[in-house]
Design a protein around this ligand. Structure first.
Ligand SMILES: Nc1ncnc2c1ncn2[C@@H]1O[C@H](COP(=O)(O)OP(=O)(O)OP(=O)(O)O)[C@@H](O)[C@H]1O
Ligand SMILES: [Mg+2]
Length: 250
């Protein structure tokens, strides 16, 4: 049963996900409570279950059992409302390489139910904020990795979601793009957006996230305030190793 919905942006209770033909559940009786307005880091080694959990939150995968409540709503009964309230930035860049940025915005914006005029207005604002205005007419195959990552994020912001969920948004990009994305995310969060973020960059996470959880083998190891966790003088990296061990993952 999901109990804590009033102050939670996302409440996950007793969540299980088992992929077909795989003995070990990818998510194994997981409970998480992501407060409204948090900058929340969902952390864990490779294969911990982060993407699976995020995919369930975003309605891409159905859970085997358990509950997920998003702003007090359930995918089974309130899918349309949930789609409006969340923006999702996937781990793999999900854009059309042979289309321009503008064409990508139109395509994805219309899928989100937006009209062309509001897409154009929001796209202008985002292209300006992300320093891409002069590149709007170029096909994405001519963009650098960092530029594509920025567009991947912009697409998730087109409909003005209340919650933004990002699966490794800064992987494989240079220092400048990383800095720009992180600064922008911080600003969105300061202006009230709940942000859920996965990353293997623990130094970056320690600075950005006010709440974190660490999961492994689909199970919760720890959840709470970042400041409290590191109040013993040890870094997030230190606690991560302590909790998950030193064994290499597949
Ligand atoms: N489509 C699938 N079919 C079968 N098993 C899968 C599938 N996707 C993921 N898994 C398995 O589920 C477990 C959790 O994977 P998941 O992708 O959620 O981890 P992750 O924490 O996102 O890892 P990473 O840091 O590498 O992105 C892993 O053991 C993975 O091999
Ligand atoms: Mg993943």
């Amino acid at each position: 049963m999901v109990t804590e919905t009033r102050f939670s942006a996302i409440a996950i209770s007793d969540l299980v996900h088992q992929y077909n033909g795989v003995a070990q559940p990818a998510v194994n009786h997981l409970n998480l409570s992501i407060p409204k307005g948090a900058f929340y880091g969902l952390l864990g080694p490779n294969g911990a279950g982060k993407t699976t959990t995020i995919s369930i939150i975003c309605g891409i995968l159905k859970p085997t059992s358990g509950n997920v409540s998003i702003l007090g709503k359930d995918w089974k009964t309130d899918a349309t409302a949930i789609k409006k309230s969340i923006g999702f930035v996937p781990q793999e860049i999900a854009l059309y390489d042979t289309m321009t940025a503008t064409e990508n915005f139109n395509f994805f914006g219309q899928m989100l139910g937006l009209d062309r005029k509001s897409i154009a207005k929001k796209a202008d604002e985002l292209m300006e904020a992300f320093g891409l205005s002069e590149h709007r007419g170029k096909q994405l195959q001519n963009y650098s990795g960092g530029m594509k990552r920025r567009v991947n994020l912009m697409v998730a912001l087109l409909h003005g979601p209340e919650i933004l969920i990002l699966d490794e948004p800064t992987v494989g990009i240079d220092v400048h793009s990383r800095h720009m994305i992180n600064t922008y995310l911080k600003e969105l969060n300061t202006n009230g957006m709940t942000i859920v973020y996965t990353s293997h960059q623990l130094d970056e996470t320690e600075k950005l996230c006010d709440q974190v959880c660490i999961i492994d083998n689909g199970k919760l190891l720890i959840e709470g305030s970042t400041a409290e966790l590191i109040s013993d003088g040890h870094s997030l990296h230190h606690h991560f190793i302590e909790l998950t061990g030193k064994q290499l993952r597949d």
